[in-house]
Design a protein around this ligand. Sequence first.
Ligand code: AMP
Length: 282
Amino acid sequence: MSTLLTSTVSELRAAVAKLRAEGKRIGLVPTMGALHAGHLSLIEVAKRHADAVVVSIFVNPAQFGPNEDFSKYPRTLEEDIQKVNKAGTALCYAPPVEDIYPPGFATEVRVTGLSDQLCGQFRPRFFPGVATVVTKLLLRVMPDITVFGEKDYQQFMIVRRLAADLDIPVTVIPGPTVREADGLAMSSRNAYLSAQERKTAAALYATLQRAAEYLKREPSHVKHGLIQAEESLKNAGFTAVDYVALHDALTLEPLETYRPPARLLAAAWLGKTRLIDNIEVL
Ligand code: AMP
C-alpha cells in the first residue's frame, strides 16, 4: 500500500484516527527531510514497535538561529516521498510553516538544564525550537512510540524528558547512528561538504573512538583526553571545535572522571558546515 500524504493538521488527524479505528499501534518518526539511510533506519526501528508508521517532514524555522542555514537546508520532498513509500510508511505529514505556526503562535517549550549545555551553548534557539515542534507533533499524532536518532544524543534526551514532564503518553525509543563506510555519521548536512572536507570529516568519528580508548585507560585524565581530541580534530583539518565533552549517558551531566555509562560528544566545523557526533564509552 502506498503512503498517504497529508499536509494539514486536520488531514493528519483524520488519517491517524482511521489507523486508530483499525486498531493499529502508531509510531512517529519526525524528520526535516533530505532523507538518508539514517532516517530510513529509524523507520525500520519504528516498524518493529508499531503497526503503522507516520513520518513527518518539516524544516522547522524555529530551531535555526538568524545566521544559520535555514534557507539553504536541503529540501528534496519528491525523493523523500518515494523513500518513505518504499520503506512502508503508512502516513507522511509534510506541512507548510503556517500549519505548524499559524498567525499569533506564541508558545515555547523549553527543557531547562538539559538544553543549556553542549549544542545549547552554541545554538541557543535550537533546543527550544526542537522541543516546541516535537511537542506539537506528538500532540497531533499521539503516537504510541516515537523514534529519535542517537546521532543527536542531546536531542533524544531532551525529547524523552519533555514527554515525561508533560505527561505525553509516548515511549521515546533511540535509533542507533548509521554511518558511511569511513565512519562519518550520515547527516543531511554532509551534502554541504566539499570533496576535501568530506575526506576530513571522517576524522570526527575516528577521534571520538581514539579518545574513548584513552579515557578507558586513563579514567582520571578526562580533561587531558578531551584537549588531545580537540587538538587532533584541528590537526586533521577541522577549522573550529565547539566542544569535545564527556557526559553521563543518563543524566547528561559532565564527567570529570570517566565511568560508565558515559557518552563522548563533539561538535566541530569544516568551513561553514557544523558536524556533530557522539559515541557510547563502555
Ligand atoms: P533530522 O532530519 O536531521 O532532523 O533528523 C531526523 C531524525 O533522524 C533525528 O531523530 C535524528 O537523530 C535522526 N538521524 C539523523 N542522522 C542519523 C543517522 N546517521 N543515523 C540515525 N539516525 C539519524
